[in-house]
Design a protein around this ligand. Structure first.
Ligand SMILES: Nc1ncnc2c1ncn2[C@@H]1O[C@H](COP(=O)(O)OP(=O)(O)OP(=O)(O)O)[C@@H](O)[C@H]1O
Ligand SMILES: CCCC(=O)O
Length: 361
């Protein structure tokens, strides 16, 4: 039997879970308010507080020497291949000193390392799995019409790859042979096209569809004009945090929007239609990357729980391939099962330094 501790740091929470083989035996969520991290400029300043809170949550239930591995969600380490990475000195150096962006998931690796030292069996390792900067995009998919600006693959890769495996099971096709489109619909929405197990194209939260709190793609000329008349911080918030449903309807809660529609709110109904249209256009764009050969499509994330949204997306994109729903996210399971495959020797852990040589030279 293998026992794995999984750690998923978000901006306002740290989720932890313990898996015995593929069975979840413990789950706990620690929530934070802005004031908890007041005065902490860097994400990594939050480490001591978050580490102490995880230790307190484990105390009494798990002793030192409990875990065969500890795995964290993370982080913005730069473009890397999919799978598991050992949290070694090179990784810690990059994520602490040169992350691509400040983001809560940058804490996953350092927290896993600290916790494996205290709660791991002798020789146990810390890992991250399918970090947010997994990048397997084809060369053509990277190019934009502005020389010097490339498309980036930064998104919900951990959940999307887990769902891609579930979708392959659902359509009874080996994952390595399937052509799939996976769309994560949440606070931020990102999507990918998978061909023979490889994410050949990716749609970022600032490209096509808007989400609960991010803008999706906006007309660039309009954005440039706005940039001349608005403080940068305000503009950033208009596209991220205060974009999407938040900016259009003043709430990020799709359930509330559905209630408004039910009560006859025409503006809510129009924005809802635009939300579904953006998702359908994203699917159609990714279908082009797969040359129209799409076996199946999956919608996942919190908004994929909405039957109303599923119906609206199926109406516009159901002609491309069957659309399956996997509401919510499967990140804790994906982390734990990925680390388990490494512990059992079914998968090899990578090292970030192997990518840094080719991508950061
Ligand atoms: N049962 C439901 N029906 C309709 N909408 C739902 C339902 N459950 C959650 N949502 C919506 O899903 C959205 C939140 O999705 P999710 O929980 O995936 O976001 P998050 O975890 O905060 O961010 P991210 O997915 O970007 O990491 C909100 O708009 C929420 O109202
Ligand atoms: C940074 C990638 C995941 C997210 O959008 O939060």
């Amino acid at each position: 039997m293998s026992r794995i501790l999984a750690i998923n740091p978000g901006s306002t929470s740290t989720k932890i879970a313990v898996f015995d083989d593929d069975r979840e035996i413990f789950r706990h969520e620690i929530t934070y308010r802005g004031a908890d991290f007041a005065g902490m400029d860097r994400i990594t300043d939050q480490l001591p507080r978050r580490e102490a809170d995880i230790e307190a949550a484990l105390a009494g239930t798990f002793d030192p020497g409990s875990f065969d591995a500890v795995v964290g969600r993370g982080g913005l380490v730069g473009p890397v291949g999919p799978g598991g990475y050992e949290v070694d000195d090179d990784f810690l150096d990059v994520i602490t000193n040169r992350p691509v962006l400040e983001h809560a998931s940058n804490l996953g690796g350092p927290l896993a390392k600290a916790l494996v030292t205290k709660f791991g069996v002798p020789g146990a390792h810390a890992y991250i799995y399918d970090p947010v900067t997994v990048d397997e995009m084809s060369d053509a998919a990277r190019i934009t019409g502005v020389a010097g600006i490339e498309r980036k693959s930064i998104g919900h890769h951990l959940n999307m790859r887990a769902v891609a495996r579930k979708l392959a099971d659902a359509i009874d096709t080996p994952y390595e042979e399937a052509s799939e489109i996976i769309v994560h619909l949440g606070g931020g929405s990102t999507a990918c096209a998978i061909s023979s197990g490889r994410m050949v194209d990716f749609v970022s939260d600032d490209e096509i569809m808007f989400s609960a709190e991010r803008s999706g793609g906006v007309p660039i000329k309009e954005l440039i004009a706005l940039a001349g008349s608005m403080p940068l911080a305000e503009l950033k918030s208009a596209v991220r945090g205060g974009g999407g449903l938040a900016g259009l309807l003043g709430t990020t809660d799709l359930r509330e929007i559905e209630s408004r529609i039910g009560a006859g709110d025409e503006r809510a109904a129009l924005v809802f239609e635009a939300l579904a249209l953006g998702i359908a256009k994203t699917i159609a764009a990714l279908a082009a990357s797969l040359k129209g050969e799409v076996d199946a499509i999956a919608l996942t994330g919190g908004m994929a729980r909405s039957e109303l949204l599923l119906a609206a997306v199926r109406e516009r994109a159901g002609w491309i391939a069957p659309i399956h729903a996997f509401g919510g996210e499967f990140e804790m399971e994906a982390l734990a099962l990925g680390a388990r495959r490494i512990v059992l020797g079914k998968e090899r852990a990578h090292h970030v330094r192997d990518y840094l040589r080719t991508t950061h030279d």
